[in-house]
Design a binder for this molecule. Structure first.
Ligand SMILES: [Zn+2]
Ligand SMILES: [Zn+2]
Length: 172
């Protein structure tokens, strides 16, 4: 668990305290589908802003994907920054501010697990690419065009246009 003790920090405005954790993807319960593997490092600091505690941090992790274009497996080194404000649960209940505006903590510790999990998820690309200009696979012979140059001639016709030209031919 990623627990920051805020016993000292919460006493005084402007107090600051740094933290550093190492945790594995398994310990965070990211599940089998998760691209993150092995150990990750979560570092940062918590600062007392008066009405809340600001946690600023960075997650360093290693993720594994299959490229969307060339289907090669690749690794990425991730550095994910986050910042969140926390309020003490008890104080929040007595104030008028809505609960949704702040994250809460109870007692003398802030638990970061949820935040870290959330930011890891948000960081996952929808279409992972081994590199921005990955050439992908040749649609004709199937070679990985990042590695091999083939001699296939590509007639680049948009499939939608192909249908259209067929219609035109049928009508003429
Ligand atoms: Zn690729
Ligand atoms: Zn080819």
């Amino acid at each position: 668990m990623l627990l920051i003790s805020v016993l000292q920090v919460k006493k005084e405005l402007g107090q600051k305290q740094s933290f550093r954790f190492t945790i594995t993807a398994d310990q965070l319960d990211l599940g089998d589908e998760s691209p993150y593997e092995g150990e990750m490092i979560v570092t940062g600091s918590v600062i007392n802003l008066g009405d809340s505690l600001l946690v600023e941090g960075t997650i360093e992790a290693c993720s594994h994907y299959e490229c969307n274009r060339c289907l090669e497996a690749f690794q990425r080194k991730e550095k994910i920054a986050f910042d969140e404000c926390f309020r003490e649960q008890d104080l929040l209940l007595s104030s008028e501010q809505s609960k949704d505006d702040f994250l809460t903590y109870e007692g003398d510790a802030i638990k970061l697990d949820e935040i870290v999990r959330e930011h890891l998820l948000l960081n996952e690309p929808l279409q992972p690419l081994c590199s921005e200009d990955c050439l992908g696979l040749c649609p004709i012979c199937g070679v990985n065009r990042n590695k091999t140059r083939c001699n296939c001639t590509l007639t680049t016709v948009d499939p939608r246009l192909a249908v259209l030209s067929q219609l035109i031919q049928e009508n003429s």
